[in-house]
Design a protein around this ligand. Structure first.
Ligand code: MN
Ligand code: MN
Length: 468
């Protein structure tokens, strides 16, 4: 099988478009370093391109019509964007779904304590992390604190040059010799991965925990937050700093949260680019939360949020009584849809060659990656896509000259992973995993190729335009 390197195929015009896209992408990543921030940025981006809140239609019972661009956000942590097509919803939609949550350190509900005149925030890690990667890095604090009266304070500390950062300190190499002999997974106790946030006592106090008192005073003076208010907070520790160009040739992006905000960005950009009029079937970009912890919770893919939204659409699109029961029309709308489960793929890493199978690996700059199946140990838990669907996609990608590749995550029995594909497949729709290759996935700083992002936007656009 011949591999295509996207860079080799670009003309001057493509190169300019790749650069332009990469600037937009980095801005998107910088604005959204938590699921809430990412959803807010996605909505801002969509509104800038003519999308309006579906709530307005629902509240005023206004009918939707072909060409309308609408979105609905759910608890600020997931959202769905639609471009209404001319065909009835029962004939299905073209859906591209991705997740906007990323691995990180969450702050516990009672987090603040002082030890040896140092103040820490106690954490609980979120998603699959190699714990050692989070040590000795500049970290930022993002999130929201909700007071009893419902008022809220948004927190975002550590991203601007003049703002302080935080750190989970590591032990010096001179100490703990036996610790260096331990396995990586035991090397760091998760309970000890606490973030250092202060070391200066209040000068006028004589009692104990004066450093903590100082921190609490700052929290109150600057943010009007009391210690108890942290009981109702959603605070996340993420790597501090911006998305950067990577490599002397600037061919790559180094950034936090590219799993899966690279696909979230690419799919939303593609929905906007795929444009109207002339859209036959409804296009849908779905951004969900909680994928990294199993898609549970009201904002995760296992929630009925998406199905509920499609039900609302059906009501708002109804022209005359069709005689077919509503429930049947809802089931048809879902079952007749086609979906790309847009999630990142592990890029082949020559430093760790033995864990990959070369023929069936994703390579940086080799374009959009299709994973027929994910899962692990005998495809367990996999959504194994139908070859009929894959064949259609091959045709569409080739018609639009999209550089694409197929892969599975690592060698057989070397690992594996899941996405939201199997959850959507329960509706009986065609689903396949399809995303961007990432080097060092789940690390605080992940690497992607600018070319793959460009091909992903092209590929998702081609999918949305299917049948147009
Ligand atoms: Mn993912
Ligand atoms: Mn992941």
């Amino acid at each position: 099988m011949k591999r295509r390197n996207a860079w080799k195929e670009y003309k001057k015009k493509d190169m300019a478009a790749v650069e332009e896209l990469s600037v937009l992408y980095r801005r998107f990543l910088d604005a959204g370093k938590t699921e809430r921030e990412c959803i807010r940025e996605a909505i801002r981006f969509a509104e800038e391109n003519g999308y309006r809140n579906l709530e307005t239609w629902i509240k005023t019972r206004t009918k939707l019509k072909e060409g309308d661009c609408v979105y609905l956000s759910h608890m600020e942590k997931s959202a769905v964007f639609f471009q209404i097509g001319e065909r009835p919803l029962e004939e299905g939609m073209y859906i591209v779904g991705s997740h906007v949550d990323s691995p990180r350190m969450d702050i516990k509900q009672i987090p603040c304590y002082e030890e040896a005149e140092q103040v820490y925030l106690d954490t609980h890690y979120y998603g699959g992390v190699k714990k050692y990667q989070w040590l000795s890095l500049p970290l930022a604090l993002h999130g929201v604190v909700i007071r009893k009266d419902g008022s809220r304070t948004e927190i975002r500390i550590g991203e601007q040059e003049k703002e302080p950062v935080f750190v989970i300190a590591d032990l010096l190499p001179h100490l703990g010799r036996e610790k260096n002999e331990q396995k990586v997974k035991d090397f760091i106790v998760a309970e000890k991965m606490d973030v250092l946030i202060g070391n200066q006592p209040l000068p006028e106090e004589n009692g104990t925990e004066n450093v903590k008192k100082h921190i609490l005073r700052i929290l109150y003076d600057r943010y009007q937050i009391q210690e108890e208010d942290l009981l109702s907070a959603e605070l996340e520790i993420v790597p501090a700093g911006r998305a950067r160009e990577c490599g002397l040739d600037r061919s790559m992006i180094l950034a936090y949260g590219q799993d899966d905000r690279s696909c979230a960005f690419a799919s939303l950009k593609a929905l906007i680019d795929s444009g109207i009029p002339g859209r036959t079937k409804t296009g849908c970009c779905l951004l969900v939360d909680k994928e990294e912890t199993g898609s549970n919770g009201a904002t995760g893919m296992k929630s009925r949020f998406f199905e509920n939204t499609v039900a609302e659409l059906l009501v708002l699109l109804e022209k005359k009584q069709s005689g077919v029961p509503f429930e049947v029309r809802l089931r048809r709308s879902l079952a007749n849809s086609k979906m790309l489960s847009a999630d990142v793929s592990a890029a082949f890493d020559p430093m760790y060659e033995i864990y990959f199978e070369k023929k069936n690996s994703a390579y940086l700059a080799n374009g959009l990656v299709f994973n027929k199946y994910s899962g692990s140990g005998g495809k367990t838990g996999a959504n194994d896509a139908n070859p009929e669907f894959m064949a259609q996609l091959r045709r569409i990608m080739e018609e639009q000259d999209v550089v694409y590749q197929t892969a599975e995550l690592g060698g057989v029995d070397q690992g594996g992973g899941g996405t939201i594909a199997y959850i959507m497949a329960r509706y009986g729709m065609e689903v396949i995993d399809c995303g961007i290759a990432v080097l060092g996935m789940h690390a605080p700083w992940e690497v992607t190729s600018k070319a793959d992002l460009y091909e992903a936007v092209k590929g998702y656009t081609a999918f949305y335009r299917w049948g147009q």
